[in-house]
Ligand binder design. Structure first.
Ligand SMILES: *Cc1c(COP(=O)(O)O)cnc(C)c1O
Length: 362
């Protein structure tokens, strides 16, 4: 089965085999070595200075990294502005609400870019300690303009918390220039490892803010940081998914790093976009708004999502639905993971057949 959903991704054999390494206790030095190597290699993905930045690993899906980041970094008297233009921005607000963190939302329609003028006015009127924003909003495939957001936030000296869960490893992330305090990401999207390990890239001077209550036991970033610095872990980590991430990072560097991955994704996504356009299936967003990772498309006339999904699945492809109000009109195709241009050509051929057999020709 070829997974064209935004994670988990189709694995390479190299990563799959890595999970068969020997059983390991998370309190033994071999585990400490594995954990330290992964943390160090994660900082190398964007050439970060390790005296300023570090990676903190948690066992859980990408949302656990988002929740660890937001709940651990905003102090008791902090106030966070959350920029929303999709499901994941809204999830950041839910996290802030659950942990009783002072927050406001700068809302947008899901198909709209971030309005920097409104952002500036909101920051001027408010008294915000942090701004949280999603880099690649997977809801629509939009790559948000973090450059613009960061420039505006810098005017007010406000650091950013970035959800880069579906962009880390494939899009440009300028940690220092953007004044990030932290960035949440995961193993099983652009890094091509398996679900179960996620991580927060965090500035060492931001990981343990003064006057910050421990709002959660399991997702308290400070306790992971302290113990991981000492070679330990507060709780059992998912050893096999660590093995997979360890190998996936080596494979990632061998292939040429994030720029190479972005080029590959762009080629494949471009092939999908062009092929679908030829069939009259139009993308939701313009070419200058999209990530390299995932594109959203309007459903062809007379083919609803369940039919498209099921017929593609019969042919060996899993695509992804639109979320909430977009479910009726959209579908999404991600090109992360071990996917070739021949795979995409087969996908396009099957979609053409589905449209033809329905006799609507769009
Ligand atoms: C996938 C994703 C997440 C995390 O989702 P999980 O189901 O917890 O892995 C968070 N943010 C974005 C932008 C995502 O694409």
């Amino acid at each position: 089965m070829l997974l064209l959903n935004p994670g988990p991704v189709v694995l390479t054999e190299r990563v799959r085999q890595a999970m068969l390494r020997p059983d390991l206790c998370h309190r033994e030095p071999e585990f400490a070595e594995l954990q330290s190597r992964i943390r160090e290699n994660l900082t190398k993905v964007y050439d970060l200075e390790t005296d300023i930045w570090t990676a903190v690993l948690v066992t859980g899906s990408g949302t656990s990294a988002m929740e660890a980041m937001v709940s651990s970094i905003v102090p008791a008297n902090g106030n966070i502005l959350i920029i929303e233009n999709g499901v994941y921005g809204e999830r950041l607000s839910k996290i802030a609400a659950i942990h009783n963190i002072n927050h406001s939302a700068l809302t947008h329609d899901w198909d709209k870019p971030i309005n920097l003028v409104r952002l500036e006015l909101t920051l001027r009127d408010g008294n915000f300690s942090h701004v949280a924003v999603v880099h690649h909003e997977t809801t629509t495939g939009r790559l948000n303009d973090i450059d613009g957001v960061a420039r505006t936030c810098k005017e007010f000296g406000i650091p950013l918390l970035l959800d880069a869960v579906s962009s880390f490893g494939a899009e440009d992330i300028r940690f220092d220039e953007w004044n990030l305090a932290a960035c949440a990401a995961t193993a099983n999207k652009c890094l091509h490892a398996v679900p179960g390990t996620s991580f927060v890239m965090v500035r060492r001077d931001a990981v343990k803010p003064a006057d910050t209550p421990a709002r959660t036991l399991y997702l308290n970033l400070a306790s992971y940081y302290d113990q991981q610095e000492a070679g330990g872990t507060p709780f059992t980590q998912s050893v096999q998914t660590f093995y997979a991430l360890d190998e996936a990072l080596l494979e990632f560097f061998d292939a040429g790093g994030w720029q190479e991955r972005r080029d590959t994704y762009r080629r494949l996504a471009g092939q999908v976009r062009k092929g679908l356009k030829n069939m009259g299936i139009m993308p939701l967003l313009n070419a200058n708004e999209i990530s390299c990772v995932l594109n959203a498309y309007f459903l062809p006339v007379n083919v609803d999502y369940p039919e498209l999904h099921d017929k593609l699945k019969d042919a060996g492809f899993v695509i992804y639905a639109g979320q909430a109000s977009l479910a009726e009109v959209m579908f999404r195709i991600s090109t992360m993971g071990k996917i070739s241009k021949d795979d995409i050509q087969r996908l396009l051929d099957v979609i053409a057949d589905i449209i033809d057999s329905d006799g609507n020709g769009v």
